[in-house]
Design a protein around this ligand. Structure first.
Ligand code: C2G
Length: 130
């Protein structure tokens, strides 16, 4: 069976996240998702996630297209995570295009197009009334 792995924060889960995960799942037989820890997200985005890690893991883990979730503590540990998960394919959104080509010796690296015009930041701003 082909094991697909992807990573993300998946904060304030939206249809762009769902489309990414559905397309990732279609590339193999099993989809495993690394969910960024709250600390990692603070480092990446400069703010705490709206939904804490436990909630983000519960939501993504409950999806029909997702078989398993685990915590991503570090962006630099991708190689170790991929080996541990015995990944055949790494999927990333194309906002990361080229960034993980160096992992091509561990597994196939695929970048999928992001869904335009939807983002957690835009949702937060809309709710805030900006
Ligand atoms: N995504 C998408 N379309 C959008 C928004 C997001 O396809 N409109 C995808 C992203 O490209 C990513 C996934 O949904 O593949 C999760 O998005 P984020 O939570 O924003 O992911 P990010 O915080 O960039 O985490 O180790 C890498 C990081 O953990 C990636």
């Amino acid at each position: 069976p082909t094991r697909v792995v992807t990573f993300g924060t998946f904060d304030v889960f939206h249809a762009g996240h769902l489309r990414l995960l559905e397309r990732a799942a279609a590339l193999g037989d099993r989809l495993v998702v690394g969910i960024s820890s709250d600390e990692l997200n603070r480092g990446k985005k400069g703010r705490s996630p709206v939904y804490p890690l436990a909630a983000r893991m519960a939501i993504v883990g409950a999806l029909r297209c997702v078989d398993e979730v685990f915590v991503e503590h570090s962006l630099e540990a991708k190689r170790r995570y991929l080996v541990e998960q015995r990944a055949d394919v790494l999927v990333m959104g194309d906002d990361w295009a080229g960034r993980f080509d160096g992992l091509g010796d561990v597994c196939r690296v695929v970048y999928l197009e992001r869904t335009p015009a939807v983002s957690t930041t835009a949702i937060i701003e809309q709710i805030r009334g900006v």
